[in-house]
Design a protein around this ligand. Structure first.
Ligand SMILES: [Zn+2]
Length: 329
């Protein structure tokens, strides 16, 4: 998902999440796909993990260039895209189970609009999306029935208490002002409304094991990482109760393990992922045999890592988490 705008250069030593100046510690270094170096810091006060220094506008523009969405009309080749779309449909089924129709739903960072498309197909849902201008937003604009707002979400964009549900699928880590966005969600949701948020789990075993080479660290696009317990306390302070959390996730977690393992052996990060996306330019340094073996590793060990994720999930240490909050009535 690509909901991010220019990020200001924070004052040295100031936490860009909570703005305290009590100091942060450096956890580990990381290198992005373009060989740019960053440090991963953690605030001593709120414990938010963040990329330091914040990426520049130029670095972000490069990272969100066309290649991020794939060179063809879709982010992935058609088989992978069909699998991804299956999971979007599952999310629509879950949301509709929480929010009876008729209802108004907002997807922040709606990408190509396919989740909202599936919501519209489920019945009497009014579908709103927010996305930054670009290729994904152009695709969302083509989906009939979606009310699309280009740019960032502002609470003033919608009346107070307007929505029955607001969703953010792997978006919060991209935002340059995540706290303000959570506050905006609280304002535009009606009492009893649902906020569905998924994100990388910085408290995961994968994050601790692979550090700067962890797939879901995804520098420079991922700017902030709140732990699941931190997000829960933030939402509680905004008047929400956690009603469901899910850690087991075949869409994100087994591949997080596989790609992070491959990152230990490859000089560049995310080679297999880019190969699967059809990014030929990025993988030119890798022979067809090398890419074939990486692909074979992916396909043959996937069930194993899915089982492993079931274990991670038991301890809430999976690579990603989905949390459903309900605004107090
Ligand atoms: Zn902080």
């Amino acid at each position: 998902m690509a909901l991010v705008a220019s990020i200001g250069q924070g004052q040295a030593g100031t936490c860009p999440y909570c703005n305290t100046t009590s100091g942060s510690k450096t956890l580990y270094p990381t290198v992005d796909m373009y060989e740019q170096h960053f440090m991963v810091n953690q605030c001593g006060e709120c414990h938010t993990v963040y990329l330091n220094p914040p990426p520049t506008d130029v670095q972000l523009a490069q990272a969100y260039s066309e290649a991020y969405y794939g060179e063809q009309d879709q982010k992935f080749n058609s088989l992978v895209e069909r699998v991804v779309d299956f999971f979007r449909k599952q999310r629509a089924i879950i949301i509709s189970s929480y929010v009876p129709q008729p209802a108004k739903v907002l997807d922040i960072g709606c990408g190509n609009g396919r989740f909202l498309y599936h919501m519209l197909r489920r019945g009497n849902y009014e579908a709103h999306g927010v996305e930054l201008p670009g290729k994904a937003a152009e695709r969302a604009a083509q989906v009939k029935g979606i009310h699309l707002k280009l740019g960032n979400l502002n609470a003033a964009d919608f009346p107070t208490g307007f929505f029955d549900a607001v969703t953010m699928f792997h978006v919060i880590e991209h935002l340059n002002q995540p706290r303000q966005t959570l506050q905006a969600i609280s304002q535009i949701l009606k009492p009893g409304g649902i906020a569905y948020i998924s994100m990388p789990n910085i408290d995961s075993w994968q994050s601790r094991l692979f550090k700067g080479k962890w797939l879901h660290l995804d520098p420079p696009r991922h700017l902030f990482f709140l732990s699941p317990t931190h997000l829960q306390s933030e939402m509680k302070s905004l008047g929400f109760n956690l009603i469901s959390e899910r850690y087991f996730n075949p869409e994100y977690n087994p591949f997080g393990m596989q790609q992070s393992m491959l990152n230990l052996f490859c000089s560049k990060r995310e080679v297999l992922f880019e190969h699967l996306k059809g990014n030929k330019q990025y993988v030119t340094g890798y022979s067809p045999a090398n890419l074939f073996l990486q692909n074979l590793f992916f396909k043959t060990t996937f069930p194993l890592f899915m089982l492993y994720d079931a274990v991670e999930a038991l301890f809430k240490k999976s690579a990603t988490v989905e949390m459903v909050f309900q605004k107090q009535a």
